[in-house]
Ligand binder design. Structure first.
Ligand SMILES: Cc1cc2nc3c(=O)[nH]c(=O)nc-3n(C[C@H](O)[C@H](O)[C@H](O)COP(=O)(O)O)c2cc1C
Length: 193
């Protein structure tokens, strides 16, 4: 069975909601989603690195803090140098998502970081591949890809708590994104045989 690891940090729960929606999309595509939540700066990331090594794909997720991935995610990213030394993640499918308060909020910087991390590991980056809300005519909170992101998944939450925000459109976009990454992993796996 195709397995997609979703490794993410969430300080206040909003990005966690997005990770859960992404995992629903992965499972809707008939793959297994493995949620790996980064809890602290001094965590032992060995088990996460091993789980990702065993998975067919990985999706990186973090809130955007001060224009980049949150610090606990960056500590995890530095720990992945262990996989870099042995090219353990080479040719594995990778993708990423970020959530933040502002509509832009410099989320692209976080997605760019994820894509560079994937490239350093020799991975195959999967874009969002979901038409922008501006082209389908719905940029409301119920709109799919209302933020018009291409490099990966972007969602936006207000300071109202993860029970209510991000909104319905962003949650649906997250599910579609999870499905796409799972399908990409399945196709990539099939081609390798
Ligand atoms: C230290 C810190 C820095 C932040 N920097 C940004 C930022 O650069 N851009 C932005 O739009 N929101 C920023 N925010 C808001 C968070 O991205 C937003 O609250 C997000 O929903 C937090 O996700 P989480 O609940 O998963 O931690 C920042 C929040 C914190 C705590």
């Amino acid at each position: 069975m195709t397995t997609v690891a979703i490794v993410y940090h969430s300080g206040y729960g909003h990005t966690a909601v997005v990770a859960e929606e992404v995992s629903r999309g992965v499972e809707a595509a008939g793959a297994v989603a493995q949620l790996l939540r980064i809890e602290s700066l001094d965590q032992d990331f060995g088990p996460f690195i091993d789980a990702i090594t065993a998975a067919d794909a990985v999706i990186f997720g973090a809130p955007t803090y001060m224009g980049g991935p949150s610090a606990p995610f960056k500590v995890f990213a530095d720990a992945t140098s262990r996989a870099w030394f042995t090219s353990a993640w080479k040719d594995k499918i990778a993708a990423g998502f970020t959530n933040s308060l502002s509509l832009s909020g410099d989320k692209l910087s976080t997605l760019s970081y994820f894509s560079v991390l994937a490239a350093q590991q020799g991975m195959i980056w999967v874009s969002a591949g979901i038409p922008a809300g501006a082209s389908t005519g719905d940029v409301s909170v119920d709109g799919v890809n209302r933020l018009g992101s291409s490099l990966g998944l972007m969602t936006q939450s207000d300071n109202a708590g993860p029970d209510v925000t991000p909104g319905a459109g962003d949650r649906k976009t997250a599910r579609l994104f999870g499905e796409r990454v799972a399908w990409a992993a399945k196709r990539w796996e099939k081609g390798a045989k």
